[in-house]
Write a protein that binds this ligand. Structure first.
Ligand SMILES: C[S@@+](CC[C@H](N)C(=O)[O-])C[C@H]1O[C@@H](n2cnc3c(N)ncnc32)[C@H](O)[C@@H]1O
Length: 433
């Protein structure tokens, strides 16, 4: 694997989940589609390395390609994007109009542009050279009229630049690969997380913070669409994505997957009596669910790729201390609610996409310490990263922590793909009566 430049942190692998077809069929489809896509991105001489993740029968890993920066001309008029858009480009995306913040003179429709992310403060809509720090992301073709982009930037939508020579070549989430419903783009720790819950066909399963739905729709497939899967989130807008994706994947959203906009901090009806048929809508009486996933709101500091901006104005790193401490509070509230809803002998999985111990190991420790005799931390299958800091009962190996800072052997890609991931944490509990 090529060493990463210091000012940008991209993930060396793309993971995808496949469904509805065999591995052999999918690999054939994937190889030819990827070769086409890579050709359109200027990577003609390399054939993408694709392999099955041994512990995850439905996951395929694709090695991303970092193109030597020197091999790409940086001579075209410059087009500048905001850091969030820059991150999307590192993930294989083309450039949408809303991400463009400046264009040098000379760049016009159907002309090549050299694309840079602004890493310092900017005023959107500039037409001169930007003097702050930037990060070169590759070259592309401007496919929109200049005036459409600079007139009223935020009212624009649609693709503005097709990346023809990106610095990082990887499958884009907008590519035709993901239109068939046989392939779903999903990061590796999330694929692990849904599996760890061990949801079985016919069970009653709750996903307390489900949107935008990656893990929830994976759970639906693992349950073979049999039983009941309740998907809760407090954001109606984000729930629309879950519903749209479910329909695209052919998942029944009337009888099997039931989506509700609700505050999960109030999800358990404490006055209701346990047992009996599951309630048709929230709140739910206690002990109704065989499995509960609490993929909690968090500081998301494990998100990658990342562009290291000087002010970090758009980045997660700009969160204030009080914002950061608020996550632990809400996580604790949601955790208490989750425990009440699990049937005796059922599983609760707690996860976050951050590496902060306060939101991970500390939450586990709190949960176990709070004199909850009905809660026990248990082993996870699969467990690709048995690592965590301090557990009150010494059971460090029981939690799973994907910490991209941990050094690994990059020469073996089948091992490296378990390490070069987003930051993520998973803990699994069994709940007793
Ligand atoms: C980490 S994201 C969940 C990602 C999701 N599980 C997936 O795999 O796509 C956290 C979610 O929690 C939701 N959320 C935050 N507070 C909530 C609450 N009190 N009740 C329900 N959902 C909440 C947010 O809207 C957000 O969609």
């Amino acid at each position: 694997m090529t060493p990463k430049p210091e000012d940008m942190d991209y993930v060396c692998f793309t993971s995808v989940r496949f469904r509805g077809k065999s591995y052999e069929e999918i690999i054939l489809q994937l190889k030819s589609a990827l070769e086409e896509e890579y050709k359109s991105k200027g990577a003609t001489s390399v054939s993408p390395k694709i392999f099955l993740q041994k512990s995850l029968p439905d996951a395929i890993i694709i090695e991303n390609i970092l193109v030597a920066e020197k091999s790409l001309p940086q001579t075209h008029p410059r087009l500048y994007v905001d850091p969030l858009c820059g991150v999307a480009v590192l993930r294989g995306s083309d450039i949408f109009a809303g991400g463009v913040i400046g264009i040098e003179p000379g760049a016009s429709k159907d002309c090549p542009v050299s694309v840079y992310a602004c890493l310092e403060k900017f005023n959107a809509g500039f037409t001169k050279a930007y003097t702050g720090a930037t990060r070169f992301l590759g070259n592309g073709l401007l496919v929109m009229e200049r005036k459409q982009l600079l007139g009223d930037i935020h009212s624009n939508s649609g693709v503005a630049v097709r990346m023809t020579q990106p610095l990082v070549v990887c499958p884009s989430f907008q590519s035709c690969l993901f239109q068939s419903g046989n392939l779903v783009a999903q990061n590796l720790p999330s694929l692990v997380c849904a599996r760890v819950l061990d949801a079985q066909p016919g069970q009653t399963v709750l996903d307390m913070c489900c949107a935008p739905g990656g893990k929830c729709l994976h759970l639906a497939d693992l349950m073979q669409l049999q039983g009941t899967l309740i998907a809760i989130d407090k954001s109606a807008k984000r729930l629309n994505t879950v519903a749209e994706q479910a329909v695209k994947l052919g998942i029944d959203t009337e009888n099997f997957l039931r989506i509700h906009c609700f505050d999960a901090c109030r999800l358990c009806d404490d006055n209701g009596t346990d047992a009996g048929e599951p309630d048709s809508k929230p709140p739910y009486r206690p002990k109704q669910f065989d499995r509960v996933l609490l993929d909690a709101p968090c500081s998301a500091l494990g998100q990658r790729p990342r562009l290291l901006t000087s002010s970090d104005s758009s980045s997660q790193l700009s969160k204030t201390a009080s914002q950061l401490s608020s996550y632990a509070q809400i996580q604790n509230r949601l955790f208490r609610e989750a425990i009440k809803l699990v049937k005796p002998g059922g599983f609760l999985v707690y996860s976050t996409c951050t590496t902060r111990p306060e939101e991970n190991e500390r939450q586990v420790s709190l949960a176990l310490q709070m004199n909850w005799p009905n809660l026990k931390l248990v082993e996870q299958t699969p467990n690709l990263r048995p690592f965590g800091i301090y557990q009150p009962d010494g059971s460090v190996g029981l939690v799973q922590k994907f910490d991209p800072e941990v050094p690994y052997d990059a020469s073996d890609v089948t091992n490296a793909c378990n390490y070069d991931t987003i930051g993520f944490f998973v803990a699994k509990f069994v709940v007793f009566d």
